[in-house]
Write a protein that binds this ligand. Structure first.
Ligand SMILES: [Zn+2]
Length: 225
Protein backbone atom coordinates (compact mmCIF):
# COMPACT_ATOMS: atom_id res chain seq x y z
CA UNK A 1 0.00 0.00 0.00
CA UNK A 2 1.51 3.28 -1.13
CA UNK A 3 -1.32 5.56 -0.09
CA UNK A 4 -4.81 5.56 1.42
CA UNK A 5 -7.25 8.36 0.72
CA UNK A 6 -10.73 8.58 2.25
CA UNK A 7 -13.50 8.60 -0.30
CA UNK A 8 -17.18 9.23 0.25
CA UNK A 9 -18.65 8.10 3.54
CA UNK A 10 -17.26 4.64 3.89
CA UNK A 11 -14.75 3.94 1.13
CA UNK A 12 -11.03 4.27 0.67
CA UNK A 13 -9.03 4.80 -2.47
CA UNK A 14 -5.88 2.77 -2.16
CA UNK A 15 -2.74 3.19 -4.23
CA UNK A 16 -0.92 -0.12 -4.58
CA UNK A 17 2.43 -1.19 -5.92
CA UNK A 18 1.68 -4.59 -7.42
CA UNK A 19 3.90 -7.32 -8.74
CA UNK A 20 2.06 -7.86 -12.01
CA UNK A 21 0.40 -4.50 -12.79
CA UNK A 22 2.85 -1.99 -11.31
CA UNK A 23 1.40 1.03 -9.54
CA UNK A 24 -2.39 1.11 -9.61
CA UNK A 25 -5.22 2.70 -7.66
CA UNK A 26 -8.26 0.82 -6.46
CA UNK A 27 -11.54 1.61 -4.76
CA UNK A 28 -11.98 -0.31 -1.50
CA UNK A 29 -15.69 -0.21 -0.76
CA UNK A 30 -16.62 -0.12 2.90
CA UNK A 31 -12.98 -0.12 3.99
CA UNK A 32 -13.21 3.13 5.89
CA UNK A 33 -16.25 2.22 7.92
CA UNK A 34 -15.28 -1.30 8.81
CA UNK A 35 -11.78 -2.66 9.16
CA UNK A 36 -13.38 -6.11 9.06
CA UNK A 37 -14.14 -5.68 5.38
CA UNK A 38 -10.50 -6.34 4.43
CA UNK A 39 -9.35 -7.83 7.71
CA UNK A 40 -7.31 -4.74 8.57
CA UNK A 41 -4.92 -5.68 5.76
CA UNK A 42 -4.78 -2.31 4.03
CA UNK A 43 -1.63 -1.13 5.76
CA UNK A 44 1.68 -0.18 4.16
CA UNK A 45 4.91 -2.17 4.58
CA UNK A 46 3.41 -5.67 4.64
CA UNK A 47 3.06 -7.53 1.34
CA UNK A 48 -0.60 -8.21 0.63
CA UNK A 49 -2.36 -10.69 -1.56
CA UNK A 50 -5.15 -8.86 -3.36
CA UNK A 51 -7.85 -9.54 -5.89
CA UNK A 52 -8.64 -6.62 -8.16
CA UNK A 53 -11.42 -6.17 -10.68
CA UNK A 54 -10.78 -4.06 -13.70
CA UNK A 55 -13.54 -2.16 -15.44
CA UNK A 56 -12.94 -1.51 -19.09
CA UNK A 57 -12.06 2.11 -19.67
CA UNK A 58 -11.85 2.96 -15.98
CA UNK A 59 -8.61 3.96 -14.38
CA UNK A 60 -9.71 2.83 -10.96
CA UNK A 61 -9.67 -0.86 -10.10
CA UNK A 62 -12.06 -2.31 -7.55
CA UNK A 63 -10.48 -4.08 -4.61
CA UNK A 64 -12.35 -7.31 -3.91
CA UNK A 65 -10.12 -9.09 -1.42
CA UNK A 66 -7.00 -8.29 0.54
CA UNK A 67 -5.02 -10.24 3.09
CA UNK A 68 -1.54 -9.96 4.51
CA UNK A 69 0.78 -12.43 2.78
CA UNK A 70 4.12 -11.31 4.25
CA UNK A 71 3.81 -9.45 7.54
CA UNK A 72 6.75 -7.24 8.50
CA UNK A 73 6.10 -6.52 12.13
CA UNK A 74 9.65 -5.61 13.06
CA UNK A 75 9.53 -2.63 10.74
CA UNK A 76 6.21 -1.47 12.14
CA UNK A 77 7.60 -1.68 15.69
CA UNK A 78 10.63 0.54 15.05
CA UNK A 79 10.31 4.25 14.33
CA UNK A 80 13.60 4.50 12.40
CA UNK A 81 12.61 1.64 10.14
CA UNK A 82 9.08 3.00 9.66
CA UNK A 83 10.51 6.33 8.55
CA UNK A 84 12.91 4.71 6.11
CA UNK A 85 10.14 2.53 4.69
CA UNK A 86 7.87 5.57 4.43
CA UNK A 87 10.44 7.46 2.37
CA UNK A 88 10.82 4.52 -0.02
CA UNK A 89 7.04 4.36 -0.44
CA UNK A 90 6.89 8.12 -1.11
CA UNK A 91 9.45 7.75 -3.89
CA UNK A 92 7.43 4.97 -5.51
CA UNK A 93 4.21 6.92 -5.17
CA UNK A 94 5.69 9.72 -7.26
CA UNK A 95 8.10 7.92 -9.53
CA UNK A 96 6.66 4.49 -10.38
CA UNK A 97 4.87 4.62 -13.73
CA UNK A 98 1.11 4.09 -13.62
CA UNK A 99 -0.22 0.62 -14.49
CA UNK A 100 3.01 -0.64 -15.99
CA UNK A 101 4.56 -3.86 -14.77
CA UNK A 102 7.95 -3.08 -13.21
CA UNK A 103 9.51 -6.34 -11.97
CA UNK A 104 12.79 -4.69 -10.94
CA UNK A 105 10.99 -2.05 -8.87
CA UNK A 106 8.93 -4.77 -7.25
CA UNK A 107 12.03 -6.79 -6.43
CA UNK A 108 13.85 -3.76 -5.08
CA UNK A 109 11.06 -2.64 -2.73
CA UNK A 110 10.32 -6.14 -1.41
CA UNK A 111 14.01 -6.79 -0.82
CA UNK A 112 14.37 -3.47 0.97
CA UNK A 113 11.44 -4.27 3.27
CA UNK A 114 12.65 -7.83 3.87
CA UNK A 115 16.09 -6.47 4.83
CA UNK A 116 14.60 -3.85 7.13
CA UNK A 117 12.45 -6.50 8.75
CA UNK A 118 15.14 -9.13 9.28
CA UNK A 119 18.43 -7.28 9.63
CA UNK A 120 20.07 -7.79 13.01
CA UNK A 121 23.50 -6.45 12.11
CA UNK A 122 22.93 -3.01 13.58
CA UNK A 123 23.52 -1.49 10.14
CA UNK A 124 21.77 1.89 9.83
CA UNK A 125 18.37 1.52 8.12
CA UNK A 126 19.24 4.57 6.00
CA UNK A 127 22.00 2.60 4.27
CA UNK A 128 19.42 0.12 3.01
CA UNK A 129 17.27 3.04 1.85
CA UNK A 130 20.20 4.67 0.03
CA UNK A 131 20.97 1.39 -1.76
CA UNK A 132 17.32 1.04 -2.70
CA UNK A 133 17.25 4.61 -4.00
CA UNK A 134 20.23 4.12 -6.30
CA UNK A 135 18.68 0.92 -7.57
CA UNK A 136 15.36 2.69 -8.06
CA UNK A 137 17.04 5.26 -10.30
CA UNK A 138 18.45 2.47 -12.45
CA UNK A 139 15.08 0.71 -12.67
CA UNK A 140 13.37 3.96 -13.69
CA UNK A 141 15.94 4.67 -16.40
CA UNK A 142 17.52 7.53 -14.43
CA UNK A 143 20.72 5.69 -13.48
CA UNK A 144 23.56 7.98 -12.49
CA UNK A 145 26.79 7.57 -14.40
CA UNK A 146 29.51 7.21 -11.76
CA UNK A 147 32.27 6.52 -14.27
CA UNK A 148 32.14 8.95 -17.17
CA UNK A 149 31.45 12.63 -17.65
CA UNK A 150 27.84 12.92 -18.88
CA UNK A 151 28.82 15.86 -21.10
CA UNK A 152 31.99 14.75 -22.89
CA UNK A 153 32.20 11.03 -22.06
CA UNK A 154 35.64 11.21 -20.50
CA UNK A 155 36.34 8.51 -17.88
CA UNK A 156 36.81 9.89 -14.37
CA UNK A 157 40.46 9.51 -13.40
CA UNK A 158 40.83 6.47 -11.16
CA UNK A 159 41.90 7.38 -7.67
CA UNK A 160 40.61 10.94 -7.94
CA UNK A 161 37.51 12.69 -6.68
CA UNK A 162 34.90 13.59 -9.27
CA UNK A 163 32.11 16.12 -9.45
CA UNK A 164 28.62 14.75 -9.81
CA UNK A 165 25.41 16.50 -10.83
CA UNK A 166 22.31 14.36 -10.27
CA UNK A 167 20.13 16.67 -12.38
CA UNK A 168 22.42 16.04 -15.35
CA UNK A 169 22.67 12.31 -14.67
CA UNK A 170 26.14 11.74 -13.27
CA UNK A 171 29.72 12.88 -13.29
CA UNK A 172 30.58 16.22 -14.86
CA UNK A 173 34.32 16.69 -15.39
CA UNK A 174 36.13 19.87 -14.51
CA UNK A 175 36.54 20.81 -18.19
CA UNK A 176 32.77 20.60 -18.62
CA UNK A 177 32.16 22.86 -15.66
CA UNK A 178 32.14 20.43 -12.72
CA UNK A 179 29.31 20.41 -10.18
CA UNK A 180 28.56 21.25 -6.59
CA UNK A 181 28.80 17.70 -5.20
CA UNK A 182 32.03 15.73 -5.08
CA UNK A 183 32.60 12.04 -4.53
CA UNK A 184 35.87 10.38 -3.65
CA UNK A 185 36.78 7.40 -5.86
CA UNK A 186 35.99 4.75 -3.25
CA UNK A 187 32.53 6.18 -2.54
CA UNK A 188 31.90 6.47 -6.26
CA UNK A 189 32.69 2.81 -6.71
CA UNK A 190 30.51 1.75 -3.77
CA UNK A 191 27.57 3.76 -5.12
CA UNK A 192 27.99 2.29 -8.58
CA UNK A 193 27.85 -1.23 -7.10
CA UNK A 194 24.80 -0.34 -4.98
CA UNK A 195 23.06 0.98 -8.10
CA UNK A 196 23.68 -2.39 -9.74
CA UNK A 197 21.84 -4.10 -6.90
CA UNK A 198 24.60 -5.18 -4.53
CA UNK A 199 22.83 -5.18 -1.19
CA UNK A 200 25.66 -4.29 1.18
CA UNK A 201 27.79 -2.05 -1.03
CA UNK A 202 27.50 1.17 0.98
CA UNK A 203 29.32 1.86 4.23
CA UNK A 204 28.68 4.16 7.15
CA UNK A 205 28.92 7.75 5.93
CA UNK A 206 27.61 6.99 2.43
CA UNK A 207 23.95 7.21 3.42
CA UNK A 208 23.50 10.99 3.43
CA UNK A 209 25.42 11.76 0.19
CA UNK A 210 23.72 8.84 -1.58
CA UNK A 211 20.26 9.93 -0.37
CA UNK A 212 21.01 13.46 -1.60
CA UNK A 213 21.90 12.08 -5.02
CA UNK A 214 18.71 10.01 -5.16
CA UNK A 215 16.40 12.81 -4.07
CA UNK A 216 18.03 15.40 -6.35
CA UNK A 217 17.72 12.96 -9.27
CA UNK A 218 14.07 12.27 -8.54
CA UNK A 219 13.43 15.99 -8.19
CA UNK A 220 15.01 16.61 -11.60
CA UNK A 221 13.16 13.77 -13.34
CA UNK A 222 9.77 13.51 -11.66
CA UNK A 223 9.48 16.65 -9.59
CA UNK A 224 9.72 15.19 -6.09
CA UNK A 225 10.57 17.93 -3.61
ZN1 LIG B 1 33.42 16.38 -19.51
Amino acid sequence: VLQRVEYRESDLIIMLMTESLGRVTALARGAKRSSKRFGGALEPIHTLRVRLDERIGAELFTLREASIATPRRRITADLDRIQVAGRALAWLRKAAPHASSEPELWRAITELFDCLDSDESGRAPKLFLAEFGLRLLLALGFALDFERCVRCGKMAAPGQSAYIDPARGGIVCRACGGARLRLDPAARDRMRRAAEGQLDALVHGDAEPALDLVELSLRAHVGIT
